[in-house]
Unconditional design. Structure first.
Ligand SMILES: [Zn+2]
Length: 105
């Protein structure tokens, strides 16, 4: 099972066409939040303390989230570069498939 086509929509979603004909639509935000890199997992286990007052976002974080590029990792995954500067995530085909199925519900 592998993606045969990747497209992005104006609504900031990734549309994945799979080799078995299934098509999945996943919002960029869901992909970003599902990142399984060491840094994101660490934040999930030990969330940083909420700052008092207004959070200060960097310019990149304040822009609407988009995917800047995706490139294949071997023949089993994609590395996704997000517009907020985060690019450590490796999304295996299995993960993308599971996320897509969760989004379809
Ligand atoms: Zn991450």
């Amino acid at each position: 099972m592998h993606p045969t086509n990747l497209q992005t929509t104006e609504n900031r979603e990734l549309v994945i066409s799979w080799s078995d004909g299934v098509e999945a639509t996943i919002p960029f935000r869901v992909l970003r939040e599902g990142c399984q890199c060491a840094g994101c997992n660490e934040k999930r286990v030990n969330p940083p303390e909420k700052p008092v007052g207004l959070p200060i976002l960097s310019a990149a974080e304040a822009r609407p989230l988009t995917i800047e590029k995706m490139h294949p990792v071997g023949n089993y995954a994609y590395n996704i570069h997000f517009s907020d500067g985060h690019s450590a995530g490796i999304y295996t085909f299995e993960m993308l498939r599971n996320i897509g199925e969760a989004c379809a519900k």
